[in-house]
Design a binder for this molecule. Sequence first.
Ligand SMILES: *[C@@H]1O[C@H](CO)[C@@H](O)[C@H](O)[C@H]1NC(C)=O
Ligand SMILES: *[C@@H]1O[C@H](CO)[C@@H](O)[C@H](O)[C@H]1NC(C)=O
Ligand SMILES: *[C@@H]1O[C@H](CO)[C@@H](O)[C@H](O)[C@H]1NC(C)=O
Ligand SMILES: *[C@@H]1O[C@H](CO)[C@@H](O)[C@H](O)[C@H]1NC(C)=O
Length: 363
Amino acid sequence: MSAPVALSIVFAAAAAISGANAQTSTSVAPLADQTYAYSALPYQVEPYGGERGNQVGYNKCNSTTENQESYCQTLIANGIDDFCLWSSPNSNDTIGTSEAYEVAWCAAKGHGTRIMPDGTLLGVQHITTPDYVMIVGYIDQTQVNLAADDYGGELDPHGADLMGNPMGGMVYSNQYPSGNTDNSTLTQVIEWKQFIGGNQFCLMICDPSKTSSTNVGLCNNVYDEVGITYNCPNSAQKGVYEVCDGDSMTPIGQYVSNGVTTTWTQPWSGTWTVPYTPTVPASSNCRTYASTDLYKADVTPTASGSGSAAGASATGKSGASNSSKSGSSAGASATGSSSSASHVIVSGFATVLGVAAAVAFLA
Ligand SMILES: *[C@@H]1O[C@H](CO)[C@@H](O)[C@H](O)[C@H]1NC(C)=O
Ligand SMILES: *[C@@H]1O[C@H](CO)[C@@H](O)[C@H](O)[C@H]1NC(C)=O
Ligand SMILES: *[C@@H]1O[C@H](CO)[C@@H](O)[C@H](O)[C@H]1NC(C)=O
Ligand SMILES: *[C@@H]1O[C@H](CO)[C@@H](O)[C@H](O)[C@H]1NC(C)=O
């Protein structure tokens, strides 16, 4: 097919822009170094600003900040019925544009945030593994302010200026320390990643007590271009809500070829293919639920985004100049059934290339 040729040219140009913006500033305290008990969170953990400006929202969230205009930037990941996702505060936005200023949207009340309207979550798998907890599934992303055709991107506590995406975004969970049985105790999660876009999402929180590079690596963000399939191998299904135990995934990029364990690293330029197809780790002890038993926030859905992907236009305007990582695609490579090996992974700037990328992946 001819599409990948044209796309690779566009990508080469995009990569050049991306590289030019990959600067590191040390004038701001890195977000991943900010540690606070949940109850001791300041108004903002990144109050001083950096090359991208100031933190837009706040971290001290409570009942007075719990409404659909909230700018709470403290995300809770407790369980299948009580977790939040980062998404835009502005309607019909894209992850590429909004990554710096996203806010928490939660499935349950009580965290001082916006609430996901009823019917937002269309299938969720919650997996507890020895190294991380992963909440992954299908979403009507228009309900959390994303354009219907946004292929999305990746959020994490680092970013080129180390202020995180979103800037100042903090994550807490009652799943840690592992074995915690007190649901009201929230522990800070240092390493995490979230993908959202293409009507799919994945939130992975790595066990904060495990600081080996292998464990931290499971939540790392240098494979942001290859989406959920590679970063969050899973068996989530639409319409299914389940909580499982599972094995930890193989570190991203690691695969066995001819009996030799090899590590693939995502290139930052050029056109490339991923040399392996990820395998979904074994899971067990799955318990399924009805969505109506899990999600009772009782927030009325907004009018669903009218756009279908087919009607979208690549505007050429992207949020990419704000960060080296903008617009990496969450959804484009997440078409579970396709074999990665035969595809050019159309990298970067999915807010611009999303539609073309979708075509490429279907071809
Ligand atoms: C609630 O949160 C807001 C926003 O962070 C803060 O200004 C206010 O002081 C908080 N209220 C209480 C009682 O902590
Ligand atoms: C903690 O949460 C789990 C999962 O929602 C629930 O089964 C359990 O009963 C809760 N424990 C307490 C002490 O509330
Ligand atoms: C969302 O934004 C796109 C691009 O600006 C526009 O074409 C579309 O009509 C908007 N959709 C809604 C539901 O506002
Ligand atoms: C970066 O993002 C901010 C916040 O949305 C926006 O105001 C600004 O125009 C963006 N800058 C560039 C260069 O795109």
